[in-house]
Design a protein around this ligand. Structure first.
Ligand code: ZN
Ligand code: MN
Length: 504
């Protein structure tokens, strides 16, 4: 049977604050190999009598995230205790937010579909347990305990695995634009969990508030939660697997359990972790030690002032203002620092075109295309190879712009461009100077080129007659000869034109 697929997401993200959520301990964000339990204090260890104080930065960043996603802000918010017992949780309760999250509502658009966001709240992270092989004990490290964790919950309105993946990727991009989290899923800075159920078409209704309800006498199929997802790819695979597994079970009239399943990366399947017959009882109640939060319009205004241009807006502006294609605009704005670099290059290019007396209006589309190509292919390739950061590269935007204008002006052909690019990437320097020092300037004298071509035609009569006999690519051989004869300085396109003109 064809089922309706109903997917919701819960995404936890570590925030980049300097200190933890309720104490002054450093927030390590998983990237430091600190001695276990070296970054702890009585507050984050939950000793009795200690007084937690909420991290203002974490609160502001959660609100900022809400504003970026068109959420509404609760003018009155509070922290609640969520009780459960597990050794990674020192207090036996987690400070979280229950009925009054900092922000609620909102959407994130994925491929033209607006995905509704239920809420974003702030809570504290747990510690980390390790289970040494062959031992009958576990080790607890509380360095991470009580680090700020921001949780986003979506409505169950996602329809495919690909859409769920894209939602998480776009959310990550926004968090990086806001510079509040690296949100690296592989490092556990972003943890995505999906809940999935399959229902028979037209027998259920979406109710809002994260709920669906049955229509008529229909009994809803249970919802399965997937955890332990270590990458975007794993998220997509896990959801696809789960859709297939549930559909097959339903087709075979098997009963599905409401349960939590983990993604087994080695075997590429989900496995049951625990069944959840009834909703867990967390005995939420307001944390009496932490003051509620009043968010007035003055504070909101201050937070709103920190809201940068977001990826979607930047993409649109790159198309409108610079004439980038859809594809280039997406690639070039994926990383905010790359986008900033590109904008500096474009602004330098404009200055170059001015200096050369070329009107910007006629040149800018082609220049944008060239810039998009060289950034999107060669620059990315070199950056990846060296594991380098755009902020530290040796090519200044000015040199990059001059390099692009050398190509635009047809001063260098593509093989010379490759040589110069490698040089400016590895050592820096002025592309024009390098072109001259290595005499890479493209031949622009047709007479001289034609002389060489006539010689080559004379000395390669076999290729010429093959071409005349209809073997089209014999002309490529001749172009190759011309490039060799000019030490690579000819314009291959022009060479081809002149060859064809001379063998007629
Ligand atoms: Zn602490
Ligand atoms: Mn949570």
């Amino acid at each position: 049977m064809q089922y309706d697929i109903i997917i919701g997401l819960e995404i936890h993200v570590q925030l980049n604050t300097k200190s933890k959520m309720f104490c002054r301990c450093a927030n390590l964000n998983e990237d430091v190999n600190k001695e276990p339990n070296s970054t702890v204090c009585p507050i984050c260890l939950g000793h009795p009598g200690t007084l937690p104080v909420a991290n203002k930065q974490a609160i502001e960043w959660t609100i900022l995230t809400g504003l970026a996603l068109n959420c509404k802000v609760n003018s009155y918010s509070k922290f609640d205790r969520k009780h459960y017992f597990y050794p990674d949780l020192p207090k036996a309760y987690q400070i979280s937010q229950y009925d009054l999250p900092l922000v609620y509502g909102g959407q994130l658009e994925v491929d033209g579909r607006k995905i509704d966001i239920t809420r974003i709240h702030l809570e504290e992270d747990a510690g980390k347990l390790t289970h040494p092989k062959g031992k009958n004990y576990s080790l607890a490290d509380y360095n991470r305990a009580s680090s700020p964790l921001m949780e986003l919950v979506t409505e169950p309105v996602i329809k495919t695995a690909a859409e769920a993946k894209k939602f998480c990727q776009q959310y990550q991009q926004i968090l990086r634009y806001l510079e509040i989290s690296e949100a690296d899923i592989e490092k556990g800075q972003m943890r995505c969990e999906a809940n999935i159920s399959l229902q028979e078409p037209k027998k259920w209704k979406y109710k809002g508030g994260c709920k669906i309800e049955p229509a008529g006498g229909y009994k809803l199929n249970p919802k399965v939660e997937i955890k332990n997802i270590g990458s975007f790819k794993a998220l997509e695979k896990a959801i696809e697997f789960e859709i297939k597994r549930q559909a097959e079970a339903l087709d075979n009239k098997e009963t599905l359990a409401q349960e939590t399943r983990g993604w087994d990366e080695n075997n590429q399947k989900t496995v049951s972790q625990r069944s959840k017959e009834e909703a867990q009882e967390y005995r939420y109640f307001p944390d009496p030690d932490i003051s509620p939060i009043n968010i007035n319009s003055k504070w909101l205004k201050k937070i709103l002032a920190d809201l940068p241009e977001l990826p979607r807006e930047k993409r649109e502006r790159f198309k409108q203002q610079y004439g980038f294609s859809d594809y280039d605009a997406e690639v070039l704005t994926a990383d905010k620092n790359i986008a900033n670099y590109v904008e500096q290059v474009i602004s330098e290019l404009r200055a170059w075109m001015n200096a050369l007396g070329r009107p910007w209006e006629t040149a800018h589309r082609k220049l944008a295309k060239l810039t998009g190509n060289w950034v999107g292919t060669e620059l990315f390739k070199y950056l990846n190879e060296g594991g380098q950061n755009i902020k530290k590269i040796k090519i200044t935007p000015e040199n990059f712009a001059e390099f692009i204008s050398l190509i635009y002006e047809e001063k260098i052909n593509s093989s010379a461009a490759q040589i110069i690019f490698k040089e400016i990437f590895t050592k820096g320097g002025d592309p024009g100077d390098i072109m001259e020092a290595k005499s890479l300037e493209q031949m622009d004298d047709d007479n001289e080129l034609e002389k060489i071509i006539k010689d080559i035609i004379k000395n390669n009569s076999k290729a010429v007659s093959e071409y005349k006999a209809g073997k089209e690519n014999a002309v490529q051989f001749l172009v190759g000869q011309v490039m060799a004869g000019t030490k690579g300085k000819a314009n291959p396109q022009r060479a081809k034109e002149l060859i064809l003109k001379n063998i007629k």
